[in-house]
Design a protein around this ligand. Structure first.
Ligand code: GDP
Length: 333
């Protein structure tokens, strides 16, 4: 297939072609290959119009139930919805707890929805590596709402917060003392906080959790000045509160637009995207460098044994790395 085939297919909103283009971007071993790069460059002007929403929460909190209900509602309102996952568990266990289509049976059968399971552990470079690119591909294919799901583990939450407009933290109903254990970090990252399972036996506890979060938020400074995160109480199972939740997400999106913060946030995110690729590529070329490779086992052993400080090890390896590079660039001239 030629770049034209991919570009035309994605722009036509063809789901099969979108999936193949994602595979092209994901499957490249090291750097994105020239064909994939060309496809991305040509599609970039057709991106940016979507609303990007991140959803985080511990396993079992109700993320897939919420996405199933919310996604279906949004499609009824005329939207097209893409669902992506950044699943840190897949790199640890090889198994994935997110993005499995069977978790969202109605949505995954809806022709206006596109669900991309988390890539498996064998994806080079690990979890979430290509999610930014995939998000752009979905936008070029006409999905105007992109939901990026992750689980409550530090690094992946930050990664997702760095690629969306609004970041939603889903919480379990709990008694006050359970809230003590909640990381402050996620409350600071979240633009909207949601307590789920406000139904049946857990209804009262969900409302008392809301009061606790309201109180906790008074002492936290949000990363966006002038935005006060609200705590919403919902039942993803019955659908109660989901419309209000979306209104809140919309309100945040409007706030970002009107204050100019949306463009600022996205600018910064594009910069982060570039730097994360630079870091990734540099670490790769460093590890593959023949002198680094030959020295690495002994140097690493010294560090492991506590005989060589990491500061010295890094110095030695970087010298080996830059020396050979200088020699080869001299040879070239
Ligand atoms: P995820 O791991 O965060 O995706 O959580 P799931 O959506 O798979 O939900 C985990 C369990 O909680 C499932 O048994 C759901 O049926 C249940 N659940 C999800 N949302 C609600 C809710 O609003 N109320 C109640 N009572 N159960 C819920």
């Amino acid at each position: 297939m030629t770049p034209d085939d991919y570009v035309d297919g994605v722009l036509a909103g063809d789901r099969a072609m979108l999936a193949r283009t994602i595979t092209l971007i994901e499957s490249v071993q090291k750097d994105i290959d020239p064909k994939a790069r060309e496809v991305l460059s040509r599609l970039l002007p057709h991106t940016g119009q979507a609303q990007r929403v991140g959803i985080t929460g511990v396993p079992g909190v109700g993320k897939s139930t919420l996405i199933e209900t919310l996604g279906t509602q949004l499609i009824e309102d005329g939207h097209r919805v893409a669902v992506l996952a950044v699943d840190p568990s897949s790199s640890v266990s090889g198994g994935s707890i997110l993005g499995d289509k069977s978790r969202m049976p109605t949505l995954s059968n809806n022709p206006e929805a596109f669900i991309r399971p988390s890539p498996n552990a064998l994806t080079p470079g690990g979890v979430g590596r290509r999610t930014r690119e995939i998000q752009l591909l979905c936008e070029a294919a006409g999905y105007d709402i992109v939901l990026v799901e992750t689980v409550g583990v530090g690094q992946s939450e930050i990664m997702v917060a760095e690629m969306v407009d609004s970041f939603v933290a889903l919480m379990l109903p709990g008694a006050g003392d359970e809230l003590q254990g909640i990381k402050k970090g996620v409350l600071e990252l979240a633009d909207v906080i949601v307590v789920n399972k406000a139904d049946g036996d857990t209804r009262a506890r969900a409302h008392s959790a809301k009061r606790e979060y309201d109180a906790a938020l008074r002492y936290l400074r949000h990363r966006t000045a002038n935005w006060k995160p609200q705590v919403q109480v919902i039942s993803a199972l019955t659908g109660a509160g989901i419309r209000e939740l979306w209104q809140q997400i919309e309100k945040h999106f409007q706030f970002l637009k009107e204050s100019g913060e949306l463009e600022e946030r996205r600018k910064w995110q594009r910069q982060r995207w570039m730097w994360s690729l630079i870091e990734e590529r540099l670490v790769e070329t460093f590890r593959e460098h023949p002198d680094v490779r030959s020295r690495l086992p002994a140097v690493e052993e010294g560090v492991l044994e506590g005989k060589v400080p990491a500061t010295q090890a890094v110095q030695d390896l970087l010298e080996a790395y830059s020396k050979r590079r200088e020699e080869s660039s001299r040879d070239e001239h």
